[in-house]
Design a protein around this ligand. Sequence first.
Ligand code: ATP
Ligand code: ATP
Ligand code: MG
Ligand code: MG
Ligand code: MG
Ligand code: MG
Length: 246
Amino acid sequence: MANSKYAYVRNYELPDPLLPGCFLMCRLDGHSFHRFSEVHGFTKPNDERALQLMDHAATDVVSEYKDIVLAFGESDEFSFLLRKSTNLYNRRHAKILTTLTSYFTSCYVFHWPRYFPNTPMQYPPSFDGRIIVYPDERSIRDYFAWRQADTHINNLYNTVFWALVQEGGKTTTEAHATLRGTVSATKHEILFKQFNTNYNDISPRFKKGSIIVRQVKGGRAKIGITVLHCDIIGDEFWTERPYILS
Ligand code: ATP
Ligand code: ATP
Ligand code: MG
Ligand code: MG
Ligand code: MG
Ligand code: MG
């Protein structure tokens, strides 16, 4: 098509490249999922179907975008790490962020009936997204440690909170009041003494979140993608997989 006299408006579209040679972290988070989870009857504190659906959508994203080398999910969020040398969409910020966010959202909606066969979707969910540019391996390690520590802190709190409400007969206001200012040891003790629950016995999925890795050997993408619920704060995960940060 020849240039029309209108084509100059195109010049107002500015380039938005992400810094070269740096890791790109894309984190998506469900918009108002406090409400979405209530409207759709999610089990509290952890609806396993909802977490599996998040994992499925994230696995689809990892499968579609080969430069994603690691992903981590908890609750209504997922983080995707793109290798530092990626040239995906020429590292255009908006292009990468919007396509990853919309693809994840579509997959979430697309697979919904498989995980919630008896719960029709009441309204279309959306996810926000951001990309953070990190310069080095240390900050990537610390980023994932930060998210996994967050998973643990939230899960411990929520587990005790919902035990107090569902089994202890407290109102949500009372349960929050009981937990205000308590340290982790106190929460473990409430769980054990009042509810006969050993926190260690709770599913690793809830305590550790979901880690999605691409296995290097084998090569065939879909087969090579695995969901784990292991520790990523210590060195072991990383020394076993040196290719993630290379
Ligand atoms: P925002 O739009 O600011 O992100 P939000 O309501 O989504 O608001 P978040 O801090 O993202 O707030 O928290 C997500 C909330 O969604 C959790 O606090 C929890 O209530 C709910 N939720 C998400 N996943 C699950 C799940 N698998 N089981 C039960 N509840 C869940
Ligand atoms: P990119 O990912 O770069 O946007 P693209 O294939 O989507 O690549 P566009 O320039 O956005 O390229 O063009 C969209 C194309 O989609 C059109 O060229 C046409 O082939 C097809 N298309 C979109 N809407 C329709 C429609 N309503 N009927 C028929 N074809 C359509
Ligand atoms: Mg948020
Ligand atoms: Mg949210
Ligand atoms: Mg969240
Ligand atoms: Mg197009």
